[in-house]
Design a protein around this ligand. Sequence first.
Ligand code: TXA
Ligand code: MG
Length: 322
Amino acid sequence: MLTPASDSSIAAAAALLRDGECVAFPTETVYGLGADATNARAVARIFSIKQRPSFDPLIVHVADAAAIAEFATDVPPLARALADALWPGPVTIVLPKRDVIPDIVTAGLPSVALRVPDHPVALALIRRASRPIAAPSANPFGYVSPTCAEHVESHLGGLVPLILDGGPCRVGLESTIVSFSSGMPTLLRQGGVPQEVIEDIVGPLVVLDRDGPIQAPGHLPSHYAPRVPLSVITAAAVVPVVDRHHAALLSIGPISNSAEFERVVILSPTGDLEESAANLFAAMRDLDAAGVAHIYAIAPPLRGIGRAIADRLQRAASRDKL
Ligand code: TXA
Ligand code: MG
């Protein structure tokens, strides 16, 4: 059931969580499918609802930075500095875990991913439930993440007892993930907080090579993928006219050379990267529903949140390569 977030619906959602049920809720990044992170059976339901492989660990959402000490053992000063500077916000910090977090949450890893979401509904829900909330994005595994409550309902509506509607997500892409679990701070996923902002706080990050060994199971090359095949291109001009019929062109800003495409989607009229990030996943879903045969996405500039947009487009494009 999709319900506007209010004091009473948040209280009902918190009661469901305490009873071991799953609920969907808004965060500033994407909607999450939450369960009590200390209840292994409740967390198991997340995996079955999402059809998520059990080797893919979940992020644990907490109400404030003080919770780090409850769920993590070693907290290096740089991790603390990152939390103090950017929480609540779209960055997830991976640290050695304490035993209260069941193995199913972390897929057996000795580390836990923690985040304080910057959304009043998410924070109210965590506080009301008095529990840490394990939550992946509320989409079937591998598909595009939901950035509004209707996206959740369209795929998981029959499977989740309550979807709290808090309107569209402000950031629209998942959190940036930084690991402190083994020595040097390591960037595991580009996301809502740009790499540059994180490096200003913790210094240079080790950035994992996308084509290297998979460090965290969730970092599969194919992810965030619409059903329609997608290619990342440098400019519209590289697509021959014959290939434009039945195809969509997806661009950060206004574009020339877009004649003959069946659909042209401009993510931001001014070419703004943050606005583009906020609109990207909804645009992919719309194009899936529109029935185009192919999506050509123009690569964004690799600065700020453009890096996360580029990452999501690359993974969407890898869909057929698994
Ligand atoms: O913005 C977000 O992060 C959203 C909202 C709901 O908070 N959540 C999200 O969750 O994107 P999910 O499950 O779709 O992605 C979580 C990622 C996975 O790729 C997983 O591999 C990684 O976090 N992760 C979780 N625990 C980890 C750990 N202990 N070590 C390394 N990576 C971990
Ligand atoms: Mg996800």
